[in-house]
Design a protein around this ligand. Structure first.
Ligand code: SAM
Length: 355
């Protein structure tokens, strides 16, 4: 085993310019043979091991509202999809989800929703502090979109530990093809930098194979992630939704998401990197491939069963089986089968671990 190769790749990614990154991505996508990709994934696995050992962290995902004021062209719950079923959980229902998650062993809860203005700062802070009162040793992650710096400050003060906000694409022109004019990349980036400055563990990220994505925009994504240095990165394949303008657009080839995951693992060795539901949806062995490419987080769904199908971001989104909290034993077995270790601790980023 070539010991310094993982380090070499990390060093290259840390300093490469856009042209060099583009060439690397093009090579991996178009020319690399199975052996080359196997080696890339091995290096990513080695890098993960150096940061977190063999641990794969479990997070309980609660999708608490499908209302959204935004109109992201790719997303099934965007506001102009009249056919989307809308639901909103109450504070008590959210806390009940946490309680069942806690009993199953989860020590991180990820609260995700559309941009639902019902959840004012006051309401959200009440929910976060309610969870923290009942489960003080648990981490709370929010993923509720773009808000003001003041709002992020208040949510942090209420006890929120982490925040996920994918940047979606770091390229202005590409961003404008995926979103209406009132949604601006500049504001997304502002949010991410605010969150970081305020002390959150921050997650950025993107869909692999989103419409109009190119090797060039991917190279820009790598450079953006390198500048931001997020603690988490949400990277999953684009999957079309039938009620969007991108209904006829394809998902990327199965190898593309693992390639990007492994590059991001080597770029940010300590990043917390989920093997996403979208990856498991798009390829029946997707989650395993993600974990073998350097991912180290899984997020089983704790949303009440009757609402799961309504958080429909893309077609055929998995919410049952090993994607669901009820299927934990299957998921644990799968992880152990890969030589990895299911871990139910809070799973903070290495720079945030106490002691
Ligand atoms: N509203 C919050 C936000 O904007 O961050 C959180 C919810 S949003 C629906 C979560 C993520 O779903 C988005 O960042 C996007 O990358 C992903 N998503 C939406 N539509 C998708 C699609 N068609 N395929 C794959 N992922 C999708």
């Amino acid at each position: 085993m070539e010991n310094g190769a993982a380090r070499q790749l990390s060093d290259f990614l840390a300093s490469a310019n856009k042209r060099e990154l583009l060439a690397l991505i093009r090579f991996l996508e178009e020319e690399a043979q199975e052996d080359d990709l196997f080696e890339l994934f091995r290096l990513a696995g080695e890098t993960r091991k150096a940061s977190y050992g063999d641990r794969v962290f479990f997070r309980g995902l609660i999708e608490f509202s499908s209302f959204c004021k935004n109109d992201c062209y790719y997303c099934g719950i965007r506001r102009s999809n009249r056919k989307a079923a809308r639901y909103r959980l109450t504070k008590n229902e959210i806390i009940d989800c946490c309680r069942s998650g806690y009993d199953l062993g989860f020590r991180t809860f990820v609260l995700q929703s559309g941009e639902d203005m019902f959840f004012s700062d006051e309401v959200l802070c009440g929910i976060v502090s309610g969870i923290k009162e009942l489960f003080p040793e648990c981490a709370v992650t929010l993923s509720v979109g773009e808000r003001s710096r003041e709002s992020y400050r208040r949510l942090f003060a209420a006890g929120t530990d982490r925040y996920l906000l994918r940047h979606e694409t770091a390229d202005e022109a590409h961003y404008a093809k995926l979103h209406p004019p009132e949604q601006a990349l500049k504001n997304r980036k502002r949010c991410l930098y605010d969150l970081k400055e305020l002390g959150y563990q921050v997650g950025a990220g993107l869909m692999v194979g989103s419409p109009f994505q190119t090797y060039e925009t991917l190279a820009e994504d790598i450079i953006f992630l390198r500048d931001l240095q997020p603690h988490m990165a949400g990277i999953g394949p684009f999957i079309p939704h039938k009620e969007t303008r991108f209904a006829g657009f394809p998902s990327p080839p199965p190898k593309s998401t693992p390639i990007l995951l492994s590059l991001v693992r080597c770029l940010l060795p300590k990043v917390l990197l989920p093997a996403t539901t979208a990856l498991a949806t798009s390829d029946k062995n997707g989650r395993e491939k993600g974990l073998l490419a350097g991912a180290n987080v899984v997020m089983p769904n704790l949303t009440p069963y009757e609402h799961r199908k309504d958080f429909s971001l893309y077609d055929n989104k998995l919410a049952t089986g090993s994607e669901a909290a009820e299927g934990l034993s299957v998921l644990k077995r799968q992880i152990k089968g890969l030589g990895l270790k299911p871990d139910f601790s809070r799973g903070d980023h290495a720079d945030f671990q106490k002691g």
